[in-house]
Design a protein around this ligand. Structure first.
Ligand code: ATP
Length: 329
């Protein structure tokens, strides 16, 4: 296959994730090496609709590999999720003579990319989200840094929780996926991990199970308890109130929130972002179109965008098994 690409554009979309800058850098520098011109679209699809587009050169991505957030900024755009929005986005890209667009973001951003590809734009997607909830890939840029940030915070909470003999509920990010919760729960030795994938919607039953578990652990001599709760389940304050009432153990809540999004990306996030960025440019140079770059079975791979979005993934069974096995007495 021959590539007829002369100019590309890159944007970051959805929630920001540490390592997005490393991906942007790899895309820009890789594209320049191929002789492509590069445009940066500011603030994701929202910026595209507002024609907020700048030229990029090698220096535009200097000194960003170590920085959290995204220098291109990001946004969520409800207008882009409409037919008019997608058509306008495609028209603006054509006016700029863009031959291929790189979208760095999560599942929602990829759905927008699929819509744009149906308007005749050549799309390349790189998974960048702290939630790891993109079905076609075992890795998303930002996940490792977010987990390390949450783990560090939970370790600190453990110190105070153990000193005071308390139960601590720590709410971590993950609206519909419990990957941060399970990884941090395992890595911090939490007594319980609550994730949307295993939640039956009955909060009273969940609280009763937590209380039974705390009572059993108390009987075995334990004086402090860590519960990692995913954002998708929520109700942390209510759970704390009920646990304290039922068990007599002072229970406090920490919602880690946006701290998990920020900070300098870990080595793994910078490395994976760079590998995925360069892979994307290699695909373009070889004449491929409409691909999602992914990490599968230890390798950087790529899928047709439609196929990637049809994929489903479940929490790996060994993760749920280990979570259940090791964190309970
Ligand atoms: P994160 O997982 O970090 O939240 P994301 O990419 O999934 O990242 P979303 O807010 O879901 O974040 O999507 C980003 C943008 O992509 C949206 O604001 C919207 O413009 C576009 N988008 C989302 N879903 C769709 C869809 N089904 N069709 C078209 N465009 C969409």
């Amino acid at each position: 296959m021959e590539s007829n690409i002369k100019k590309i554009a890159v944007l970051t979309s959805g929630g920001d994730a540490p390592g997005m800058n490393a991906a942007v850098r790899a895309v820009v520098r890789g594209a320049l090496k191929q002789g492509f011109k590069v445009l940066g679209v500011k603030r994701g699809y929202q910026g595209l609709l507002e024609d907020d587009i700048v030229e990029m050169d090698a220096a535009s991505v200097s000194d960003i590999i170590q920085k959290g957030g995204t220098v291109l900024k990001t946004a969520r755009s409800s207008r882009f999720a409409t037919k008019e929005g997608v058509e306008t986005g495609a028209r603006i890209l054509r006016e700029h003579e863009v031959d291929a667009l790189v979208v760095i973001g999560g599942d929602g951003s990829f759905r927008g990319a699929l819509d744009l590809s149906r308007e005749g734009i050549n799309l390349f997607c790189i998974p960048g989200t702290i939630d790891l909830d993109v079905a076609c890939t075992d890795y998303t840029i930002g996940f490792d840094t977010a987990c390390n940030t949450a783990m560090d915070a939970i370790d600190k909470i453990r110190d105070t929780s153990s000193s005071h003999g308390r139960c601590s509920i720590i709410e971590v990010m993950g609206r519909s996926a419990g990957y941060i919760a399970t990884h941090c729960g395992i890595a911090t030795g939490a007594e319980d991990v609550l994730i949307p994938e295993l939640y039956n919607g009955d909060i009273e039953e969940t609280i009763q199970k937590l209380c039974d578990h705390i009572e059993a652990n108390k009987g075995a001599g334990k004086t402090h308890f860590l519960v990692v709760n995913a954002e998708g389940i929520g109700h942390s304050e209510y759970m704390a109130e009920k646990i304290q009432e039922k068990t007599g153990v002072k229970t406090v809540v920490t919602i880690l929130g946006y701290i998990q999004r920020g900070g300098s990306p870990s080595c793994r996030d910078r490395f994976m972002a760079t590998m995925m960025g360069v892979h994307t440019i290699d695909l373009m140079a070889m004449g491929y179109s409409n691909r999602v770059v992914a990490f599968k079975d230890g390798e950087i791979v790529d899928y047709d965008i439609q196929k990637a979005l049809r994929m489903r993934k479940d929490m790996p069974q060994d993760i749920t098994r280990v979570t259940r096995l090791l964190v309970r007495f």
